[in-house]
Ligand binder design. Sequence first.
Ligand SMILES: [Fe+2]
Length: 156
Amino acid sequence: MKLNTGIAEKNRKAVAAALAQLLADEFCLYVATRGAHWNVKGAAFGALHLFFENQYETIDEILDDVAERMRALGVDAPASIGAYAKAQSIKDDAGALKSAPQMIASLLAAHESIIRFLRKASEIADEVDDSASEDFLVSLIAQHEKMAWMLRSHLE
Ligand SMILES: [Fe+2]
């Protein structure tokens, strides 16, 4: 069905393309954070196991919202591991790393990369007057900055 919401199709597609890139990276970060939850070892196991669980639950909600924002723009969301792997721009090796600090540093780098991308993506939405997508993307900056702060605090 054709959308008549005041944003030209090519502009909706441009924002959706940024959302598709974001969805791939959010999914990879979700998997990496689950990997850290499963494989972390050491004296702080209990606390870190729960900490990573809280983070992947937040990321799970974010990636669902990203995909559903694409649908609201009239574009199908990529929905296969292959599509995510092809588009992925972050490292998702946290679950395979040896120590908790290495896992945390890898996840932190991924969050920071996503935060930098979100700044660009929110500008793309702003340029085409898609204020709902812009607001949504800006709200994700705050959510990722909070998760990044919590990760970073383990390393200081
Ligand atoms: Fe679990």
